[in-house]
Design a protein around this ligand. Structure first.
Ligand code: SF4
Ligand code: SF4
Length: 422
């Protein structure tokens, strides 16, 4: 048994790079990470903290981890939103989010699978090419429905019929969740208002598969290379995404595999430019006090802090107030890293804590530019019975540019669905 544990430990170590092996030893055991971890704040077990995970992974590699400790370690490794806060505050600057993902990959490769909820989600993504388990033929229907309902100035062309310089990659959530399709519709309308020529892939749009990387699935590299080839073959020059998870996927995860990852922009970066150039014109006042939630994948992981704030501040009469934790120290909503799939109750508690922080600002609403954070924050509102509103950033801009394309109008026209939390 001890010999088997040692061999398995060596196998796992082979899939960590040299820097990561050094980082394991470099931990100063100072515990600063425990003061900031949003999950540890809800479940104060050492295995949840970065310090605890690092200690247990060290023991796993040398074969000395007991069966009981191994169970705890696996809980700690997967009950982690990979938010990266521990990396920011760590005096040794251990790159924890990368280490957690690579450790998950190494464990899976050594025959130790992810928790059941994550396996289920990964199987759906690989089987259907989307995280909703729906036929790909339905992926582009939002655009046709939006045109039929009069929300768009023209029908958004399919890339296969009319390629253009810009590809709008709507992502699984805005494509398939009827209550989230407003994000895709509003993005398309705002781009049209600014005169941007763009196309969508429709049923050819793949899942970005960032979740495969988050959860350590060994199929990630090959699948990402397939998608990169698809983009290159279609001659795409710029890819716009409206989800922080898709940005992290296509821009950051593909970075080492595909030079084209540089072509990927989050839509808030484009909005900022269009506003600056006078192409997107804000007109109506939006008299609201809002606070901004930095998605981890956009903020801490990619340092996109200012563009969404500049967009909000361009909206007439809108007042932006900051939460105590913002920018690099922004507390996570708990939706990343497969935490929700592994332990939904824990995600709800993490999100509830973020909502309380947003309430403390006195704001009327919390705004985020990510579909996933939007849904995550709604769980927090439900958990705390808060009266705080949650908005996607698109909603603030659309109220000022073309208020007739409101989320409420789109929901009513599409299905009458309100967001249904799962
Ligand atoms: S990545 Fe975030 S959730 Fe995971 S251990 Fe670090 S601070 Fe905690
Ligand atoms: S902050 Fe960094 S060095 Fe300190 S205990 Fe956590 S991981 Fe180790």
């Amino acid at each position: 048994m001890a010999r088997h544990r040692k061999i398995q430990g060596e196998e796992i170590a082979r899939n960590l790079n040299r820097r990561q092996l050094i980082e394991l030893e470099a931990c100063a055991r100072c515990g600063e990470c425990t003061n900031w971890c949003p999950v540890y704040a809800q479940d104060k077990r050492e295995c949840i903290s970065a310090r605890g995970k690092l200690a247990m992974l060290r023991s796993m590699l040398d074969g000395s981890l007991t069966a009981e400790e191994r169970t705890e370690f696996l809980q700690g490794l997967y009950q982690c939103s990979a938010c990266g806060q521990c990396h920011i505050v760590c005096p040794v600057r251990i790159n924890t989010p990368e280490l957690w993902e690579q450790a998950r990959y190494a464990l899976v490769s050594a025959g130790i699978p992810q928790p059941e909820g994550q396996v289920k989600q990964l199987t759906t993504i690989k089987g259907f090419n989307n995280s909703y388990g729906k036929p790909q033929e339905e992926r582009g229907l939002w655009a046709k429905n939006a045109w039929d309902a009069g929300f768009l100035k023209s029908l958004v062309p399919l890339w296969s019929e009319r390629p253009s310089s810009v590809l709008y990659f709507a992502g699984c959530t805005a494509s398939f969740d009827p209550a989230m399709q407003f994000v895709a519709v509003q993005t398309a309308r705002l781009l049209q208002e600014a005169g941007v020529e763009f196309s969508i892939l429709g049923s050819d749009e793949p899942c970005c598969i960032g979740k495969l990387r988050r959860m350590g699935d060994p199929a990630f590299t090959e699948e990402a290379q397939n998608r990169a080839r698809q983009f290159d073959n279609s001659g795409v020059r710029t890819i716009i995404v409206s989800c922080a998870g898709c940005y992290k996927g296509l821009h950051s995860d593909y970075h080492s595999l595909w030079p084209g990852a540089q072509k990927v922009l989050h839509v808030t970066q484009l909005y900022e430019q269009l506003l600056h150039d006078g192409l997107l014109r804000v007109q109506q006042e939006v008299p609201l006090v809002v606070t901004y939630h930095d998605p981890c994948h956009l903020g801490r992981h990619n340092r996109i802090y200012d563009p969404p704030r500049n967009v909000l501040q361009a909206v007439p009469a809108l007042k932006l107030v900051e939460m105590a934790r913002h920018r690099a120290f922004s507390a996570c909503c708990g939706m990343g890293g497969g935490l929700k799939a592994a332990n939904p109750e824990l995600q709800h508690k993490v999100s509830a804590s973020r909502i309380r922080e947003a309430e403390a600002t006195g704001a009327q609403a919390v705004v985020t530019p990510c579909q996933t954070c939007y849904l995550g924050l709604l769980h927090g509102v439900e958990e705390t019975s808060s009266s705080l509103k949650v908005y996607h950033l698109n909603e603030m801009l659309i109220r000022s540019v073309c208020p007739e394309v409101s989320r409420e109008a789109i929901d009513a026209a599409f299905s009458g669905d309100q967001v249904k939390l799962k």
